[in-house]
Design a protein around this ligand. Structure first.
Ligand SMILES: Nc1ncnc2c1ncn2[C@@H]1O[C@H](COP(=O)(O)OP(=O)(O)OP(=O)(O)O)[C@@H](O)[C@H]1O
Ligand SMILES: [Mg+2]
Length: 257
């Protein structure tokens, strides 16, 4: 097939194994990420979520197995995918504006165009007025927003988000979740989202993949649906929502016992 597949899924992971020396991180992992949907990866710390995102991004080779993006084999990074890193990955010597515009700089977009785009996304993530600050002058949550603005500005089809909301307070997180859901609704992209929060996954996801502890593969796929944009107070009392959260909690707990 020369690595070409006909597909309705934006991203397909097929029988991926990943070893770091004698540490086996991923073991025969297969998973589909439908276009226009948000898929969350939920699993214990160290199970290989970041590893999987990096393999999809083409930043790390799989030991064996394949990843397809729009039917084409991934052999390295590409403009079709953008990564929001768990540890921000900002350039410490560059301003917020330059950091956000950096993805476009790598794609050789002219300076005035990339700065105009960067300014739009800086405003979208709520950082207007901070364009000329440096990463060390920002809080952790603000740095995460810079990373998010950078990923959005390159207009990639696939957004890989590694715990993008981990460094913010609950209220800000709620605001980010709403912003994310607006993006999912308005832009026909594929969102791949890592979180440690079961509640967050159930709230924002079209599908949730539960991952087994290392060496990881998918143990269960859940399609929660229907809770988006609901009032947070009513959700906390919604019995259907609570049942799904509880089921996931039980599944994850069986791994650590
Ligand atoms: N560069 C590396 N070299 C060696 N081992 C690594 C490397 N990166 C990750 N690992 C190992 O691979 C496993 C999976 O790591 P990974 O960072 O993908 O987990 P994770 O699910 O993202 O964890 P967390 O939830 O804590 O972020 C871990 O056991 C880790 O120690
Ligand atoms: Mg990780």
């Amino acid at each position: 097939m020369d690595g070409i597949m006909t597909t309705t899924h934006a991203v397909e992971v097929r029988n991926v194994f990943k070893n770091y020396g004698d540490v086996e991180a991923l073991h025969d992992l297969s998973l589909d990420f439908p276009k226009g949907e948000l898929t969350s990866l939920l699993g214990p710390s160290g199970c290989g979520k970041t590893t999987l995102l990096k393999i999809i991004a083409g930043l790390l080779p799989a030991t064996s197995g394949e990843v397809f993006v729009n039917g084409e084999t991934v052999t390295g990074p590409g403009p079709d995918r953008a990564f929001v890193f768990q540890d921000f990955a900002l350039l410490p010597w560059a301003s917020v504006l330059r950091n956000v515009a950096f993805g476009l700089e790598l794609r050789n977009v002219p300076k005035s165009e990339r700065e105009a785009k960067a300014e739009k996304y800086i405003a979208d993530v709520g950082l207007k007025g901070f364009e000329h600050k440096y990463p060390h002058q920002l809080s952790g949550g603000m740095r995460q927003r810079v990373g998010l603005a950078r990923a959005l500005s390159v207009d990639a089809q696939v957004l890989l988000m590694d715990e993008p909301f981990s460094a913010v307070d609950e209220q800000t997180r709620r605001k980010f979740q709403e912003d994310l859901l607006d993006l999912v609704q308005n832009e026909n992209k594929t969102f791949i989202f890592v979180t440690h929060s079961i509640e967050e996954a159930v709230y924002v996801s079209d599908q949730i993949a539960l991952l087994l502890p290392r060496p990881s593969r998918v143990s269960e796929i859940i399609r929660p649906g229907g809770f988006r944009h609901k009032d947070p107070d009513s959700i906390r009392r919604d019995s259907e929502y609570l049942d799904i959260v509880d089921d996931i909690w039980k599944s994850l707990r069986t791994y650590v016992e």
